[in-house]
Write a protein of this length. Sequence first.
Length: 389
Amino acid sequence: MLSSRIQLLSESMTLAITALAKQMKADGREILSFSAGEPDFDTPQAIKNAAITAIMDGFTKYTAVAGCPEVVKAVKFKLRKENNLIYDMGDIITNVGAKQSLFNLTQALINEGDEVIIPTPYWVTYPEIIKYTGGKIIEIQTDDSAGFKITPEQLKNAITDKTKLLILNSPSNPTGSVYSKKELEGLAKVLKGTKVLVASDEMYEKLVYDGLKFTSTASISEDMYKRTITINGLSKSVAMTGWRFGYLACPIRELTTSMKKLQSQSTSNINSITQKAAIPALLGEVDKDIEKMRVEFEKRRNIAVELFNQIEGLSVINPNGAFYLFVNIKNFADNSLDFCKRLLEEKGVATVPGVSFGSEGYFRFSFATDESSIRKGISIIKDFVKNYN
Ligand SMILES: Cc1ncc(COP(=O)(O)O)c(C=O)c1O
């Protein structure tokens, strides 16, 4: 009965753990959760106010598929001011989040057998979204010794005449690693002269630490600008996961038009209220709120990294961005799913196994939760690995 396409998709491997955590909570067990992929902060007040005003003003009708002119203009402003990227209004599409950007892009671009390169560990959605197109996933494995970043040489070896797209994610979920300008320039050199396009997922752009400056992939050179589709949104950086606001900018007009066509026949425009609510964030009016959250995340990261690295046998690299640690458990377990399942069942601590992100021997620990839970959770993990066999 089902389409062959839908049967290509797998259920998330983390579902088993999430379901188990829920069941344990329902049974009255106290669960400390470090599996969240969203900030624990509330959306800034100015954004809520803009939404309320939109409702009261009756801004409640369909808008253009790519978004109302005011919000598209605000995205254009943001990309020019913060990312040094100049786009036409027609290059920009707003949508319900990076997930929709990636879905529309891959549906519009990838044919069966086309190759898509994804650095591994990857964000869980990338392989699934590629599978749905019939495209072939080409993973480039990285590990903590390489800071979880691909090298120009690895990229060169992965490219064939069938390669259509490279998905880059910096700062990364699940590792928190951030590509420097120099590292991006190295990758750009390899791409020059090829037909490979780049999807640059910049969702965590505002969450960078240690005084680092974020660099947008498309800003590296004219050549990179022409081949890059910049994907971003407000979910993570402005604590707006539930509002569903994302956007992409693509200078390849044929491709942008096709993505708009697909959106026009599926979801149409995003919620008109959310469009209005996004404007203050895009215009920089909540920058102080964003900075407060960033500073708090950096403080928690410092605490968590220090505590993990005090545990004998465990190690974690200090990530420069996002709100995750990718903790190396290779001294204890080859099977990260078993490790995380036992950690949850025996100790009530929820984390996400590395295998869900394509890399065994790690777990992902989200520090998007309060400091005292972080301290308590890591101390429990310390106890757990001491007796792990
Ligand atoms: C790397 C990355 N990209 C995109 C998303 C999804 O973002 P959105 O809420 O805009 O769909 C996530 C969410 O976990 C993510 O981690």
